[in-house]
Design a protein. Sequence first.
Lengths: 324, 428
Amino acid sequence: MALTTYVEAIRQGIWEEMEKDERVFVLGEDVGIYGGAFKVTAGMLERFGEWRIIDTPISESAIVGAAIGAALMGMRPIAEMQFADFISCAFDQITNFAAKSRYRWGAGVPIVVRAPSGGGVHGGPFHSQNPEMYYVHTPGLKVVCPSTAYDAKGLIKAAIRDPDPVIYFEHKFLYRRIKEELPADDFVVPIGKAAIRRHGTDISVITYGAMVYTALDAARQLEKEGIDLEVLDLRSLLPFDREAVLDTVKKTNKVILLHEDTRIGGFAGELASVISEEAFEYLDGPIRRITAPDTPVPYSPPLEEFFLPKVSDVIRVARELYAY
Amino acid sequence: MAETKVIMPQMGESIFEGTLTKWLKKKGDRVQRDEPLFEISTDKVDSEIPSPASGVLQDVLVTEGQTVQINTVVAVIGDESAASGPSETAAPSPPQKAETTVEPARTREGREPDVRSSPLVRRIAREHGVTLVALSGKGTGIGGRITKRDILSHIEQGGTGAKTGIIAPPAPIPPARPAAPPAQPSLQPLQPLQPLQPAASTGEGERVPMTAIRKSIAEHMVHSRRTSAHVTTFFEVDCSRILKAREQSRPEFERAGVKLTVTPYFVQAAASALKRFPMLNSSLDGDTIVYKRAINIGIAVNIEGGLIVPVLKNAGGKSLLEMARAINDLGDRARNKKLAPDDVKDGTFTITNPGQYGGLTGTPIINQPQVAIMSLGGIKKRAVVIDDAIAIRSMIILSLSFDHRVIDGAMADQFMADIQKQLEIWQA
């Protein structure tokens, strides 16, 4: 069986849901004739026609606003942001309308907002950001961050079928670097469930998105020194898998929180609070964070490399924590 | 005033009562948490019981020599200062007596001096009744911090705050014994029980009541015979590889302060096989088979007047060195009556070693509620046929008694074949 890339997995997931459910449609900038900036919607215009693959003006607010309206009328729209960096233009639509509609009127808004995010692609400050926390901080939304092709497909399907708004962060760095064999059957990955990517006994690394691979690379190197990392991939940030987080902390008693997003107000802060509130007596060392520094994402490749958390950072912190 | 009730602890899963043999504190004495409070003797273990809380021994409810059921309240400790350190049982109470409030300096009394550790280490210490001061200076973490590994290995080696006597070392106390005349120790627990005949003039010797431990073994053995459908299978194993491995490893183990016998090899092989045959690591609860998550291997130890089975916990995850150290330690403490209640609990499989006295093999009785027990015969050089040539090999006969209610012969033999194979291809 052929290997499927992360980006192709997203395309397959959307395609299959559109075949199955005629309420599902796509709207966004250049999603039609051009097939999307990253080719996620390539070939869809030919298959599904211009009523279901809709090219829009360059206005994220209009894209999400139209999607919300369609969702209220019974449709299942998938709104593509060309880059997650520009989702801020739709902030009001997402946080004040989509997120609060069920609470205010009992009217669910089953939209998916796809947001290609993340650095490592030399995109500079407007094409590399990880803006997930604005939405994690908004009750009423769901936020997912797949790291594997399997999860990319399983979570886009779960997001499309979900009765509420889901912000789907897809990591650009993983698009064509990650490949795996996918089952032929229809499958979904439940929103809110983490996955252990590597079982270990000494230190837990809790992470998501592209950093899963940073953690796994570090684990392979640390193994030679006898330091055994467990790597937990959160997959969903809102809601997140509290039980899996606490279980891994209770198992290894030491924890590193790793994310590509900047430090202050990053998801690591929330995790650290939950762990110290609910698993304090299981900690055998300080909770350590590895994150990007609190700056914009630099354009210069050497600076970007400095900015992003690296394998060597994980190795250094793990050694310190192991010895603690 | 907050009170802490002191109970008669359960000293093993089949134990329902214990005899309080000696009070180490008098009513009105101050005690600190983990300080030895009284001594008990049960069918299985003689032990010092540490105080669960700091305070004043307010009430003594059971007198020396009295036998009470487990969980009976034997004493009450009054919490002298409501403002002192956290105690799970102490409820906050308003200051009522002047004496509890006039001495704020006392609020820290009863707390351990600052020893660097972690929330996890402090919890483990509390749960095991270990005083962290006992580990002071022995921490291997940064700045001498006591780490999880430090405290776990301390506990594994049998250390508790009470036993190391760091706080208020107790006066040396002779080992507590059940109040019974010295019995002629019988080392044959499998011996059929002869009903005592009335005294007659026919040459009958002395009549001696059974000791508590003897009675317990007797009951346990008959109970097991009645409960399980015992079947025993025998496997002959070539020990050449493990004997060679032992010769190679012995100096290294000696440097680590551990005497290496052959027993750990058999325990490790059994632990590994139990992972693949979880049915052998189960027990029967009515009509339900309960698979045990942990592999806790009991190892029968001969002691004065009977037999005790301390349990090697989580045998599945131990290296040979850890295993050898733990087995030696359990054996030593069993013989010195230093086993803690937890040491004889929660076994899931048992190994007995009658071969040390030269026995060829045995048909052991299952240690309830387990479903299998393995017996090690004596290792002896024998002539064996290998590829149509006669060779001299060190052979052992392993036997496995299993409960045919849950385990069939095929599975028992596959399990034993697994152990046989591991031992015969052992790589040092």
